[in-house]
Design a protein around this ligand. Sequence first.
Ligand code: NAD
Length: 461
Amino acid sequence: MPQHDLVVIGAGPGGYVAAIRAAQLGLNVACVEKEPALGGTCLRIGCIPSKALLESSLRYHEARHALAGFGVKVGSVELDLPAMLQRKDKIVETMTNGIGLLFKKRKITRYQGHGRLAGAGRVVVEGPGGATEIETRHVILATGSISAPLRGVEPDGHRIGTSTEGLSFAEVPAHLVVIGAGFIGLELGSVWSRLGAKVTVLEYLDRILPGTDSQIARQAQRLFTEQGLTFKLGSRVTGARVKGDTCIVEYEGAEPIECDRVLLAVGRKPCTDNLGLDTVGITLDERGRVPVNEHFATAANGVFAIGDVIRGPMLAHKAEEEGVACVEQIVTGYCHVNYDAIPGVVYTEPEIAGVGKTEDELKESGVPYRKGVFQYRANGRAHALGQIEGSVKVLAHKETDRVLGVHILGARAGDLIAEAVAAIEFGASSEDLARTCHAHPTLAEILKEAALSVDNRPVHA
Ligand code: NAD
């Protein structure tokens, strides 16, 4: 029977990073993955392919609508959707193969098949060639999540689908109805809208992007509406079915909508089916997650869990941090993840990014704060880029000035937020950010000016 120090079940960003860190620390490590390609949802059918399509669709949209404004005349612009999809698939192939190379280099053993616990210190892999039993001292469950179902909505994998289908429509839908104005709904809704689809977003709540700073979310909704997306808020979807070539989507409070494609994006749920949890005495919590302590340890000795399958935001980078921390805990007996410094990014145009507390959370918890806001339109680089919509908001403690949260709506927000994450990680004050030299002309100056605005002394406003 093969023996390992550590078996990681799942090769998504949580699992593969944990496996690499374990190999770096000298463990004899194996990773079990049911798909032939490594990388999990993120690399195969999530973050990476969606970003490829977001970039392609943006180029197409800019060539048609924006380049003339930059003084660039182009002839007729045509969409080559098969080439766009092929480019996306090629990027996925490159990235997933890359993980395979990293595994080889680190001498990480790969098992292809469905992994499950089989009592203490045992994992069984049901692979294409039959079942393999493995002996191991430690197991990390990193099985991720799948699209959450919605009662009354039956994905048929064609007209009614989840993000997986939404990444590969063979033609541009005439009318796409998106259920859920969260990360996936807005990103994929943007892709198909730019490529020419009419897009209607049905959202149960009275706002988009629950959990993000509500002021930023309102501004973003205005911009997305100007871009052509139609939002129907307070619209709880109760059913969707296919009738011939059309789909009928029913929601509370209004007549059903007819469309030719439906994208179901109402969240994700942890992947725990057939994991053998009962063989080691693990029971799921009320939301179907694997309960863990602050060291990622489950109720079973030697079994740990990280990423989407445990509590916290379902984000690839959160899973990566946990993967590293969990392995370091196993090897060194110490680990730490700062959950106040985990950024969230929505890759729309403009992007939305945030870290730390939102203004809503600070108000709710009664923490005294000061706020500095600075607009993109007062920044020279934003004008050069042709992207003057948006703002940066810095929230700092009223007495200590410690940065508590930063929220950005604007071009390249996803890159700019890194400085704010570092500021929070190092316990910086808004004064620290304000006194840090920022290259000119860059968008990063907007963050500096927002920090100066906390003390009411912006230079360019
Ligand atoms: P989400 O939780 O972000 O949004 C789901 C939305 O659906 C919510 O606004 C919710 O109110 C709405 N909803 C629920 N039931 C509904 C109903 N019956 N009718 C209408 N609306 C309804 O979920 P998602 O967009 O599916 O994304 C899933 C996960 O994947 C998230 O946890 C997200 O963090 C992650 N993700 C992250 C990124 C990124 O980091 N850029 C991108 C994609 C997905």
